[in-house]
Design a protein around this ligand. Structure first.
Ligand SMILES: Cc1ncc(COP(=O)(O)O)c(C=O)c1O
Length: 391
C-alpha cells in the first residue's frame, strides 16, 4: 500500500563515479576534485521507489526506441496540477518538451524579435538571462529588493519604468531561485497587471512549485486575463530528483501563444523526449503526493537545523528561511572580505562547492547558494566545514 510507505531521507547514498555532475563534475566546474558538493539543484536523496519500479519495469522489455506521450501521461499532469495546486488545465493546454531551459529559450525566440528586450528579476537562475543573450535579445535587469532580514520582494515601480516598446517578455521565476520566495497572489496580480497593460508575455518558470512551504499559486490559475498572457514551464525533475531524464512541459490556455511556442519547439526539435522521461513523470505524478509531503518536511528540518547551527555559532553568514526549495541564499557581506576572497576560502579551506552568487546577477555579490537536500549527517559535516572559516 502506497500510503504506508515511509521514505528514508537519512540513507547514505554514494553518487561518486556515477556520471553525476554534482559529484563527478567538481574538477571540471570548480578546479578541485576534493570538495563537498552542495551546489547544483538536484538532491542527494534516492528517487522514490514508485518511480524506480516504473523505470525498471519498462526496461525489462529491453527496447529503448522512440517513445510517445499517452493520455495517461497527460492525465497525470492534469490531476497533479489540480490536486496539488488547484489549477484546472486540459490536455490541449499542455505541450511536452525536453527541459524547462530549452523551452524557455524557445519562448524567447517565439515571443520576441532579435534586438527586443526581456526583463529578468535578479538575482536569478543564470540560464534565464544567458538564454536571452544567446538569442540575441537584450536583458533588462529589474533587481529584486532585499530588506535587512534578507527577505526579497519585487520592485514593480522599477519594472514598469524600464518597459519600452521593445520589451516583449518577462522571465518570471516562481517560486524564485535563488531567493526562495513563493510570491503571494497579491504580488502576482500586481505584476500581471503591469504585463497585461504593456502587452508583455510572461514566461513563468514554476519548476520549484511542488517544493513550496506555503501556499503556491500558479500564476496562470489566477484568472482568465492572466492565463491569456502567460506560458508556464514546469517539470517533475526537481521534485522527484529526475532532472537527468529530461522531461518537462509547457502550459498555456492561450492557444495562439502555445501554437507560436510549438512552432519554435518543433524547429528546435525539443519535443522529442527520453524513453524514461515520460515513464518517470507519469509515475511521479500518479503516486507522488505523500513523498512530496515527507520530502518537504525533511528539507524544512534541514533548513531549520542550519539556521540554529548558524545562530548557536554566532556566524556572520545570514540567510532568510526560504518559502520554497532546498536552496539557501547565504549572505557573507558581514565579513570584511571581497567576493573572491570568500570564494577562495570556501574552496581552499572549507573544501565546499557552493554556487557563486555573482553568477545569478551582480546583486549576488558576496552571496553563495547552498543546496541542503542531503541527509542530516552529511549536512552537519558540510556545516562544520563551513565553520572552519566562517565562524
Ligand atoms: C528555476 C529553474 N528553472 C529551470 C531549471 C532547469 O530545468 P531543466 O533541467 O528542465 O532544463 C532549474 C534547475 O536548477 C531551475 O532552478
Amino acid at each position: 500500500m502506497l500510503n504506508d510507505i515511509k521514505y528514508n531521507f537519512d540513507e547514505e547514498i554514494n553518487r561518486k563515479n556515477t556520471n553525476c555532475a554534482k559529484w563527478d563534475g567538481l574538477e571540471k566546474y570548480f578546479g578541485y576534485s576534493d570538495l563537498n558538493p552542495l551546489w547544483v539543484a538536484d538532491m542527494d536523496f534516492k528517487t522514490p521507489v514508485f518511480i524506480n519500479d516504473a523505470i525498471i519495469e519498462s526496461a525489462k522489455n529491453s527496447v529503448y526506441g522512440y517513445s510517445i506521450d499517452t493520455p495517461k501521461l497527460y492525465n497525470s499532469i492534469i490531476n497533479w496540477q489540480k490536486n496539488e495546486h488547484n489549477w484546472e488545465i486540459k490536455q490541449k493546454n499542455i505541450f511536452m518538451i525536453n527541459g524547462v531551459v530549452p523551452a524557455y529559450s524557445a519562448c524567447i525566440e517565439a515571443f520576441s524579435e532579435i534586438g527586443d528586450e526581456v526583463i529578468v528579476q535578479t538575482p536569478i537562475y543564470p540560464p534565464l538571462f544567458k538564454c536571452v543573450n544567446a538569442n540575441n535579445r537584450k536583458v533588462v535587469v529589474n533587481e529584486l529588493i532585499k530588506d535587512e532580514n534578507g527577505y526579497y520582494t519585487m520592485d514593480l515601480e522599477d519594472l514598469e519604468n524600464k518597459i519600452t516598446t521593445k520589451t516583449k517578455i518577462l522571465a518570471f521565476c516562481s517560486p524564485h531561485n535563488p531567493v526562495g520566495r513563493v510570491w503571494s497572489k497579491d504580488e502576482l496580480e500586481k505584476l500581471a497587471d503591469i504585463c497585461i497593460k504593456h502587452n508583455i508575455i510572461i514566461v513563468s518558470d514554476e519548476i520549484h512549485s511542488d517544493l513550496s512551504f506555503k501556499k503556491f499559486t500558479p500564476l496562470a490559475s489566477i484568472n482568465e486575463r492572466i492565463a491569456m498572457q502567460t506560458i508556464t514551464l514546469n517539470s517533475a525533475g526537481k521534485t522527484f530528483n529526475i532532472a537527468g531524464l529530461n522531461c518537462a512541459y509547457a502550459i498555456s490556455k492561450n492557444e495562439e501563444l502555445l501554437n507560436k511556442f510549438k512552432k519554435i519547439a518543433f524547429k528546435r526539435e525539443i519535443q522529442s523526449i527520453n524513453f524514461f522521461g515520460y515513464i518517470s513523470t507519469q509515475a511521479a505524478y500518479e503516486n507522488g503526493s505523500l513523498y512530496v509531503k515527507e520530502l518537504k518536511k525533511y528539507i524544512m528540518e534541514n533548513i531549520l537545523f542550519t539556521k540554529s547551527y548558524f545562530e548557536e555559532n554566532n556566524t556572520k553568514i545570514k540567510f532568510h528561511i526560504p518559502e520554497a526549495t532546498y536552496l539557501l541564499w547565504l549572505d557573507f557581506s558581514g565579513y570584511n572580505l571581497s567576493h573572491n576572497e570568500i570564494k577562495e576560502k570556501l574552496l581552499q579551506n572549507c573544501k565546499l562547492a557552493l554556487n557563486d552568487g555573482v553568477s545569478f546577477g551582480s546583486n549576488g555579490n558576496k552571496f553563495f547558494r547552498l543546496n541542503c537536500a542531503l541527509n542530516k549527517n552529511a549536512l552537519k559535516v558540510a556545516l562544520e566545514q563551513l565553520f572552519r572559516e566562517f565562524k
